[in-house]
Design a protein around this ligand. Structure first.
Ligand SMILES: *Cc1c(COP(=O)(O)O)cnc(C)c1O
Length: 379
């Protein structure tokens, strides 16, 4: 960028794909081409599963086309039946909840705790107490923040309900010395383009239950029974990750810790420069947790509103976004039970995800911070 004007108007992303400088991803893709393992499965898929299972301390893993398909098959593996209630964190992306409806189960939404922004364990227990039968619980680690798993795991065990950890945003985070994705019966990951590492699109289910993972792989490859011809005794899905895309994932895994460090740097930079502004507070810090800081998020409770800040940055070609709009406020989910008050709603109204692209330069970060400060100078 020799042209100064260019630099000043350059688009800044919230989070975009960031391939390794070394070209690791291309090497794995080329290997897939050289051996003609373009499809169906192959070495990259197998190795990607083995590498992630080792990293996350789970016995087995199934690589799938998306985080959404991973939640879907985790619900099936948890034996959720049509009509079962599934308790789900309300503050999340719709992909956490949609698969509940794919299985004709009934979502029940739970409010967040201000301490973690994730599911409130007291409300979770209250809800579990009040229903005769619950098929599963879905807890989300938003923006890489950890949930209160010490309590959540104990509560789910007490009521004998399978727990699914939606760690789509949390790969690389560690809570209480355990990696994100290792909590509950099933952990799920996403490798969508905006996540901390990407396969362009992809997801994974991880579990210590090898049989359940085998079953997930069976469903994900069209439920083909063992026979010489095509024989099906169960409903099938076409959900397996391609061997080419798994190659991108293997390359990306080599730079995961670099990406986490950069996200952490971004968080600390914002913190250092924005902390003193009236009404600004940062995402919670919980003792014993090292988040991956996927998206640095702040709350605005002063003279400048979340919408004003987002609009001001958009006027300068910079992406920022509100926190997720809670599911119990979404038209498609409004009719289902909700446990809680206005915690997640307030987070939605006052929260902003700041640009957290790992490709950002110091100059760009300075530009963002200067633009944000303008709003306070004017107010
Ligand atoms: C991205 C995301 C998903 C879905 O992952 P896809 O790979 O896009 O299907 C699920 N849950 C949460 C919390 C996410 O952020």
């Amino acid at each position: 960028m020799s042209n100064n004007e260019n630099v000043e108007n350059e688009h800044i992303w919230l989070a975009s794909p960031h391939m390794s400088d070394e070209g690791f991803e291309k090497e794995y893709i080329e290997e897939a081409f050289a051996t003609n393992w373009i499809a169906p499965l192959g070495k990259n898929v197998n190795e990607f599963e083995i590498e992630l299972a080792a990293l996350i301390d789970r016995k087995a893993a199934a690589a799938l086309v998306s985080g959404t398909s991973a939640i879907h098959l985790a619900l099936k593996a948890a034996k959720v039946r049509p009509g079962d209630r599934v308790l789900c964190q309300s503050l999340t992306f719709s992909a956490s909840a949609n698969p509940i409806l794919y299985e004709q189960a009934v979502p029940v939404f739970i409010d967040s705790s201000p301490d973690t922004w994730n599911i409130d364990p007291d409300l979770l227990e209250e809800a579990l107490k009040s229903y005769d039968h619950v098929g599963a619980v879905i807890v989300v680690d938003l923006y890489g923040l950890g949930s209160d798993y010490e309590r959540i795991e104990a509560i789910c065990q007490k009521y004998n309900v399978p727990l699914i950890e939606d760690a789509a945003e949390a790969l690389g985070s560690v809570y209480q010395n355990r990696p994100a994705g290792s909590f509950g019966d099933f952990g799920i990951l996403s490798f969508n383009g905006n996540k901390i590492i990407t396969t362009s699109g992809g997801g994974m289910v991880l579990s210590n239950n090898q049989k359940a993972i085998n079953k997930i792989k069976f469903w994900a490859a069209q439920s083909r029974d063992l026979a010489k011809h095509y024989e099906h005794s169960e409903l099938g899905y076409n959900y397996r990750l391609s061997n080419v895309l798994a190659g991108i994932g293997r390359g990306q895994l080599k730079v995961l810790s670099d990406r986490v460090s950069k996200k952490q740097e971004i968080y600390h930079y914002y913190r250092e420069h924005l902390q003193g502004l009236e009404g600004v507070s940062f995402m919670p810090e919980v003792e014993g947790h090292s988040p991956n800081y996927w998206l640095t998020s702040i709350l605005l409770d002063g003279p400048v509103s979340a919408s004003q800040l987002i609009q001001h940055l958009a006027d300068h070609n910079i992406d920022a976004r509100k926190l997720w709009k809670p599911m119990h406020l979404q038209p498609i989910f409004q009719k289902y039970d909700f446990w809680g008050s206005d915690v997640s709603e307030r987070l939605f109204q006052t929260g902003v995800c700041l640009p957290s692209d790992t490709k950002m330069t110091l100059k760009q970060m300075e530009r963002i911070v200067a633009l944000i400060k303008q709003l306070w100078d004017r107010s």
